[in-house]
Design a protein around this ligand. Structure first.
Ligand code: ADP
Ligand code: AMP
Length: 215
């Protein structure tokens, strides 16, 4: 099973991808996470991407498609892939077709998380993650059960992304509208798009995604 979670920043892609990983043993392939790891490790890719990410613009298609190919090669061919934050441009969508084809994989579903733009700034500015295991949280919508302690691994260290501020979020949304939303018709033409209400509560979104996957 290979699926794309498509939606603007803050739509809930990472949240739902983490749940699919836990339930189905699939692998989350987040180009955002890969790029942040590259920035942290100060690799050549990270050095190139850092300023672009801080502005909320898109990193080059060549860089992110290469990262996706490498990650797919590093995982077992039977493990399902959840593409989170990739593809984000038409060129990336075409690259993904080639990348999957070369590896004998096919795309089963493109799940569009439909959300009101007004809600996204609040979602993103309240977002934080466990610094140890990466579990996602929100100041208002998903607090740890015990304040200050990660539900999953017990760590007491959390972090926030430098690009999760209102100004950068506006740029990221504009990038989504201009470059990413236009790729949906490619997949609609193949009849593999399912639209899920991303404004519903997290468990309802998960249930809707489970239905799509089971179909
Ligand atoms: P994305 O990966 O699409 O950028 P996230 O999954 O990180 O988005 O979600 C952004 C923030 O919104 C997180 O803090 C998350 O806890 C919260 N969130 C995700 N889904 C929902 C939802 N259905 N309702 C309310 N808050 C949500
Ligand atoms: P994300 O974690 O998906 O919100 O991505 C964070 C940032 O990383 C984006 O604002 C972009 O700068 C960059 N990025 C992540 N994925 C891609 C992609 N597929 N194409 C281009 N840039 C990306």
């Amino acid at each position: 099973m290979n699926i794309i979670l498509l939606g603007p920043p803050g739509a809930g892609k990472g949240t739902q991808a983490q749940r699919l990983v836990e339930r189905h043993g699939m692998r989350q392939l987040s180009t955002g996470d890969m790029l942040r790891a590259a920035v942290k490790a100060a690799t050549p890719v990270g050095l190139q991407a850092k300023a672009v990410m801080e502005r909320g613009e898109l990193v080059s298609d060549e860089i992110v498609s290469a990262l996706i190919g490498e990650e797919l090669d590093a995982m077992g061919s039977e493990t399902g892939a959840i593409f989170d934050g990739y593809p984000r441009t038409e060129a990336q969508a075409h690259s993904l077709d080639a990348i999957l084809g070369q590896r004998g994989r096919t795309l089963n579903h493109v799940i569009e998380l439909a959300v009101d733009e007004d809600a996204l700034v609040e979602r993103i500015t309240g977002r934080f993650t466990c610094a140890n295991c990466g579990k996602g949280y929100h100041d208002k919508f998903e607090r740890p059960q015990v304040d200050g302690t990660c539900d999953k691994c017990g760590s007491t260290e959390f972090k926030r992304r430098p690009d999760d501020n209102e100004e950068t979020v506006r740029t990221r949304m504009a990038e989504y509208r201009a470059k990413t939303a236009p790729i949906l018709p490619i997949y609609e033409a193949r009849g593999i798009v399912a639209r899920v209400d991303g404004m519903a509560d997290m468990d309802q979104v998960t249930a809707a995604i489970e239905q799509v996957i089971a179909s």
